[in-house]
Design a binder for this molecule. Structure first.
Ligand code: F6R
Length: 617
């Protein structure tokens, strides 16, 4: 969701910024823009609705040569995607250029005041208000320097932002600030990079700092980086760290799409998530985050899981896992609902927040609320050093590696892996699981990466065939029971996100309470039916569907005969404990969504209207 890239140094800024914007395309956007400072300090701006390729087409001339510049990919919030609403926005006097990720909530009232003072506006955006507010402070308070003007303006606004500002009178300088949206600074020899995440500069430097909430930084080649707090103007020591990210991790590695690459990476991402934690020989699970807080977890009267989207689906499976193995009551909430419904939370509750990106605005706000009410908040994030990872009391990373495809795949199965570890660890600690049960379960969990590899090898081709048959249907139903009810929700979400086919997930037994009315020969139904849990009931559900001529695509185990004999298509996944079956079932559902989207000609990695990290409410 919106991407920012900035560069100052000795390289061609245009190339660095354009390539950086391409790296940030995965975040989701609908317009793009760039500003380059030429050798006289003048700013040349190009911006357009559309993709970075469209921006390239309008900015090829020599005007865009220089060693300082910044660019932006915009995901529309205030105002439609259009050339005028694209960033950078420039102040009325033409001197200040600004790119912004986030929302300025009180922009309307400030805009009225600025119009009264004679300012004019070309766009509908909140960002153009902010850049003119900076000009206003510069003109009305002559003693303020560049960074102070930006700071004064930020103290007048509320909302969420990461901003990067350039000024024609301050060549080779940036002022950057953040509140709620991430911003990283890459530090090279005689050069600086600014970006929404480190991917635009990973090949240039391994030294980076992540700007903290409420901080503003002045960056110049002459004086380096100077950081202050936005409200108090107190100096802050820069905390530079070494990037763990590598270039290979963020490239497609021969795959047609990031999503396909990420589906195939799952044996490794699950293995990496288990590594060093699941120690079968030592008969234990070691997870620093949980280990240090076992007593607190054991005494918890309730665990509340908060998340959005796919992470919320992982949370639902987490509820089954923790209640089954640790016998601790669990509630799962959409972060966006939780934060606004005056929830009852006490200091005896533990809140687990799940977020791949670690930047989701609703999840962040829900965590802040839970902390205010005294709950202990445990984070499960994929992005190291993300905002959620930093504001939670403790947590565990899913070591899935960067997930670039907007539709979450490997991060989801890594979340299920972490939740399995947590449930087993707590169950063993509080005595809900005997040693024998614990050993049996961890041995099975340890074998999951191998089984995922088998699923990848055995289901890809059949999913292509099924995709061909159903790519042009308009609706899909996904059904599952027990641990695989959330699998059905996730399968349906994957399909609608990337293929734009309407799909619904239901607990299989709920079918007869409504959705059965939709079933006829035109309705494909994906049913997740491993031979575990309530298999017999699922067999009856399949019979009910076939009696109404529905088309059944069943995910079954090799020994299954009853579902297979009625299904139009069967996809085999290996036998595994029901608790871990959602990890295996996820893979053919991902393949199915991917191949259907591909046949329909959809943009698999960057589906329309979607953003990778949803940093606005
Ligand atoms: C679906 C998807 C989204 C995210 C949701 C939460 O494929 O990716 O539904 O799961 O926006 O994002 P995170 O996990 O980053 O908090």
């Amino acid at each position: 969701m919106c991407g920012i890239v900035g560069y100052t140094g000795y390289r061609n800024a245009y190339n660095v910024v354009i390539n950086g914007l391409k790296r940030l395309e995965y975040r989701g956007y609908d317009s793009a823009g760039i500003v380059i400072e030429n050798k006289d300090g003048k700013h040349n701006v190009a911006k357009t609705k559309g993709k970075v390729e469209d921006l390239l087409a309008i900015s090829q001339s020599s005007e865009y040569s220089g060693n300082t510049g910044m660019g932006h990919t915009r995901w529309a919030t205030h105002g439609v995607p259009s050339d005028a609403n694209s960033h950078p926005h420039v102040s009325n006097n033409g001197k200040i250029a600004l790119v912004h990720n986030g929302i300025i909530e009180n922009y309307d009232s400030i805009k009225i005041l600025l119009i009264e003072k004679g300012f004019t506006f070309k766009s509908e955006t909140d960002t153009e208000v902010l850049v003119n507010l900076i000009q206003y402070f510069e003109e009305s308070q002559a003693d303020l320097d560049f960074v102070s003007c930006v700071r004064y303006a930020l103290n007048e606004v509320y909302g969420a932002y990461a901003i990067c500002v350039m000024h024609q009178d301050h060549k080779g300088e940036f002022v950057v600030a953040r509140l709620g949206s991430p911003l990283a600074v890459g530090i090279g020899k005689d050069e600086f990079f600014i970006a929404s995440d480190a991917s635009p500069f990973v090949e240039f430097t391994k030294d980076a700092l992540y700007l903290e909430e409420g901080h503003i930084a002045h960056i110049s080649l002459k004086d380096g980086i100077e950081i202050r707090t936005i409200t108090q103007n107190e100096p802050v020591q820069p905390a530079i760290q070494e990037l763990k990210l590598s270039l290979e991790q963020i490239e497609k590695g021969g795959y047609e799409h990031f999503m396909l690459k990420e589906i195939f990476e799952q044996p490794k991402s699950i293995h990496d998530t288990l590594r060093g934690r699941l120690l079968v020989k030592e008969e234990t699970i070691k997870m620093a985050g949980i280990w240090d807080h076992l007593e607190r977890f054991s005494k918890a009267e309730r665990i509340i899981i908060i998340a959005c989207g796919t992470s919320w689906h992982a949370g639902l499976i987490g509820e089954y896992l923790i209640e089954e193995f640790a016998r601790i009551p669990v509630e799962v909430e959409y972060a966006s609902e939780f934060r606004y419904r005056n929830p009852i939370i006490t200091n005896k509750d533990i809140v687990i927040a799940i977020s791949q990106s670690g930047e989701t605005a609703d999840t962040m706000a829900a965590i802040k609320l839970a902390k205010e009410k005294g709950a202990f908040v445990y984070g499960i994030c994929n992005v190291v050093d993300s905002s959620i990872a930093r504001i939670t009391d403790a947590g565990s990373y899913t070591h899935a590696g960067p997930e670039i495809g907007v539709a979450s795949t490997k991060a989801f199965t890594a979340q299920l892996t972490i939740l399995s570890l947590i449930a087993l660890k707590l169950g063993k600690h509080n005595g809900s699981l005997s040693n024998a049960q614990f050993m049996e379960l961890i041995t099975e969990l340890d074998a999951i990466p191998k089984k995922v590899q088998e699923v990848l090898e055995n289901t890809h081709e059949i999913c292509k065939v099924i995709a061909k048959e159903f790519a042009h249907t308009t609706n899909f139903l996904y059904l599952g029971r027990g641990f695989n009810f959330p699998s059905a929700l996730e399968g349906a979400l994957k399909l609608k996100e990337i293929s734009y086919i309407h799909a619904e997930g239901y607990p299989a037994a709920e079918m007869k309470h409504g959705p059965i009315a939709l079933i006829d020969e035109n309705m494909p139904i994906v049913i997740i039916a491993p031979k575990v849990g309530h298999y017999d009931k699922v067999v009856s559900n399949v019979q009910e569907i076939k009696a109404r001529k529905g088309r059944v695509i069943a995910v079954v185990n090799p020994t299954d005969t009853q579902v297979r004999s009625q299904a139009d298509y069967s996809i085999e996944i290996p036998m595994v404990n029901e608790a871990f079956s959602p990890i295996l079932a996820a893979i053919p559902l991902q393949f199915l969504a991917y191949h259907i989207a591909l046949i329909r000609g959809a943009n698999v990695d960057q589906p329309r209207n979607l953003a990778k990290s949803v940093t606005v409410e």
